[in-house]
Design a protein around this ligand. Sequence first.
Ligand code: GMT
Length: 375
Amino acid sequence: MKIGIVCYPTFGGSGVVATELGKALADKGHQVHFITYSQPARLDFFSENLYYHEVSVSKYPLFDFPPYELALASKLVDVVRFEKLDILHVHYAIPHASAAFMAKQILATYGIQIPFITTLHGTDITLVGKDMTYKPVVTFSINQSDGVTAVSEDLKRATFEHFDIENEIRVIPNFIDLSRFSLKSKDHFKKAIAPNNERIVVHTSNFRKVKRASDVIRIFKKISEEVPSKLLMVGDGQDRVNCEQLSRELGISDYVRFLGKQDAVEEILSIADLFLMPSESESFGLAALEAMACQVPVISTDAGGLPELNVNGVTGFMSGIGDVGDMAKNAIFILEDDARLAGFKENALARAREFELSTILPKYEEYYQEVVQRS
Ligand code: GMT
């Protein structure tokens, strides 16, 4: 098939899922066209089946807010017409679904019928989308989509709860490429971080408020009082400075390292013993799946779709949002005993295998066929 993928090209979860999906589809022989405002972070190589079309937004003094959605819709019209695409797949509803709807209407005036699928990722529903600033447009464009997917049952439930949705929503969970995310031998790196064989705890996120990254620091403070350990904080965002400040105030800054944005997250996860995800909201928790694939157990909250991934007492533990004490207690339980830790690591990998790319990819391919046939 000839598939157009629209996404945010950044390190965020929805962009990563869209890019990895497009790469995998291209590997299977589909022709995949990425349409976005800059080269997606993980699309930095050449493949004969992969195309990239940049949306450029022209600046004009009148525009305090350059109209990206219009530029995207115009680019979609152009790419669909001239590359003869079969389907558009947009990731993250805002503003991609409404831009796809607009493009579809314009293309109809040229006699071209193209269906589009919207994949809901999380904050496009649970945070930004349900705000009245965008809600009418998000509701309309979900209902006008020819197919809608959500990355977890919980996100599907939340979508029906917050919006008047008449469309069906198909749940297709996120996936992991185990050929990339797997335990790598990084002993030299481990020795440098933990020269006295301390346990290594990792958190990766965009440090937005919903991630509650300062809870990571508080949990780690309690862990470090019981188990010799180090904390690696990967990523960057608005809460990072608060976390740095908090780790100084709590007197643990010698044991905490902030690594900033990293491409090879799997190398860091390969030396980790535990992953912390104390999020207030998480539609799926892709970062936790990446950790599990590298044999890292997960201490998380029970927010959103996390119970569909993290199996309590098996692959890690879940606690209520903000329950730092319980998360620390569970973390210590896992870390204090070698054999117990090894068991959790094994279980984490076994669970990650259930989300392997080769299992999930056909679900998207089948859905594309279904949507094209009925449109
Ligand atoms: O987590 C973020 O803030 C980024 C966001 C995104 O859309 O880029 O992630 C969302 O989509 C990911 C991929 O489907 C999910 O794994 C994350 O759980 C989800 N984040 C939230 O719901 C907060």
